[in-house]
Design a protein around this ligand. Structure first.
Ligand SMILES: Nc1ncnc2c1ncn2[C@@H]1O[C@H](COP(=O)(O)OP(=O)(O)OP(=O)(O)O)[C@@H](O)[C@H]1O
Ligand SMILES: [Mg+2]
Length: 298
C-alpha cells in the first residue's frame, strides 16, 4: 500500500532453519524470502541520534532507516537502549523526566522533534504496543473504540471500525459474541491482540512493539508472530525482541545494539549494525553481532 503523506502534516496547522552454532537455531527461511519484497521508501529515519537521561548518555550512534511496510527488529543485550530508541520514535520518551534526544528523527520527512509538531498527532500516526498487555478496564468494544473516540476521528460506523481492527489483529472470531464483555477477562495472549487492535483502530502508519510476546506462552506468541506478515501489508512495524528466533522469523531487517562501558564506567548503548535479517544472522558485518547471535555474549 502506498503512503503518500505530505511533509509537515504533523504540524499543528496540518494536524488533525539454519544453525549458526549449536546454541542458537535460527530459521532464516522467512527472512530470505522477504529479501525479494519490494521496498517503498523510508517511513522513519534516525540521523546520529543520541538519547540522554539527564546527564547520562543512554544510547548513541543511532543511524537507521525504517522502510515502509517492512518489519524491523531491534535486538541486543539488556540495557543497550532498544526500548529507549523505540520510545523516541513516537516521542513517548518525552514522558520520562530528564529524557532528551539529540540528532534528528524524521517521520515521512518531518522532524518529529521540530517546532510546531503536534505530539499527539505523532503518537496517533506512530502507535505503540507494550511488553505487558495493558487493556483498559473497559469492554472489548470500548477498548478498540477508545482511540477513535478521544481523537474525535471521523467514523462512518464505529461498529465496522471495531470489527475491522479486531479482524486485523486476528482476534475477531474469539470475541465477536462477547464485545461488551470485560477486556480484563481475556487471556494474556488475547489481551495483547486486543491491544494491537486498539493500536490499529486509530489508523496509524507505524506500529512500535516493545517485546510484545515476552509475557505470553509459545502458542500466543506464535499467534502474534503470524500476525506480523499481514500487518506489514498495511503498516510499518518496528519490534524489540530478546528472542532471536523471533527476530529471524518475523523481520526483514534487524538492528543489533550493544552497550559498552566508557572511561567513567557508564554503559552507553550504541547501534552496531542494521541490515537485512538474513545477512545479520548468517554473515554479520561486525564481530560483536556475531558473538551475540551465536550466544557467546549477552
Ligand atoms: N526512565 C529512565 N530513567 C533513567 N534511565 C533510564 C530510563 N530508562 C532507561 N534508562 C537507562 O537507559 C539505558 C537503556 O535502557 P533501555 O530500557 O532502553 O534498554 P533495553 O535495551 O530496552 O533493555 P531491556 O532489554 O532490559 O529492556 C539503561 O542504562 C537504562 O538504565
Ligand atoms: Mg527494553
Amino acid at each position: 500500500m502506498a503512503h503518500t503523506v505530505p511533509t509537515g502534516s504533523m504540524t499543528n496547522a496540518g494536524a488533525v532453519s539454519q544453525a549458526r552454532t549449536p546454541g542458537v537455531q535460527i530459521d532464516l527461511q522467512h527472512a530470505k524470502a522477504a529479501r525479494s519484497v519490494s521496498r517503498s521508501g523510508p517511513a522513519i529515519t534516525c540521523d546520529d541520534v543520541k538519547v540522554f537521561y539527564k546527564k547520562f548518555l543512554a544510547v548513541r550512534d543511532v543511524n537507521m532507516t525504517f522502510n515502509r511496510n517492512e518489519v524491523s527488529a531491534l535486538i541486543g543485550p539488556s540495557g543497550c537502549g532498544k526500548s529507549t530508541v523505540l520510545r523516541c520514535l513516537n516521542r513517548m520518551n518525552d514522558l520520562v523526566p530528564g529524557a532528551r534526544v539529540e540528532g534528528m528523527i524524521r517521520f515521512e520527512g518531518t522532524d518529529i522533534y521540530g517546532a510546531g509538531v503536534d505530539v499527539n498527532e505523532v503518537r496517533r500516526r506512530i502507535g505503540m504496543v507494550f511488553q505487558k498487555p495493558n487493556p483498559f478496564p473497559k469492554s472489548i468494544y470500548d477498548n478498540v473504540a477508545y482511540g477513535p473516540r478521544v481523537t474525535k476521528m471521523q467514523v462512518d460506523s464505529m461498529d465496522d471500525l471495531v470489527e475491522e481492527a479486531l479482524r486485523k489483529a486476528a482476534i475477531w472470531d474469539e470475541v465477536k459474541s462477547n464485545l461488551k464483555g470485560s477486556a480484563l477477562a481475556l487471556s494474556g495472549g488475547q489481551q495483547q491482540r486486543l491491544c494491537i487492535a486498539r493500536a490499529i483502530a486509530t489508523k496509524p502508519e507505524v506500529i512500535l512493539m516493545d517485546e510484545p510476546c515476552s509475557a505470553l506462552d509459545p502458542i500466543a506468541t506464535l499467534k502474534i508472530e503470524d500476525l506480523m506478515d499481514s500487518l506489514a501489508q498495511e503498516f510499518t512495524i518496528i519490534i524489540v525482541t530478546h528472542n532471536m528466533q523471533q527476530a529471524a522469523r518475523v523481520s526483514q531487517r534487524t538492528a543489533f545494539f550493544t552497550a559498552e562501558a566508557d572511561e567513567h564506567g557508564d554503559r552507553t548503548g550504541r547501534l552496531v549494525e542494521f541490515d537485512d535479517t538474513a545477512k545479520m544472522f548468517s554473515n554479520p558485518g561486525d564481530e560483536r553481532t556475531e558473538a551475540y547471535i551465536s550466544g557467546r555474549f549477552g
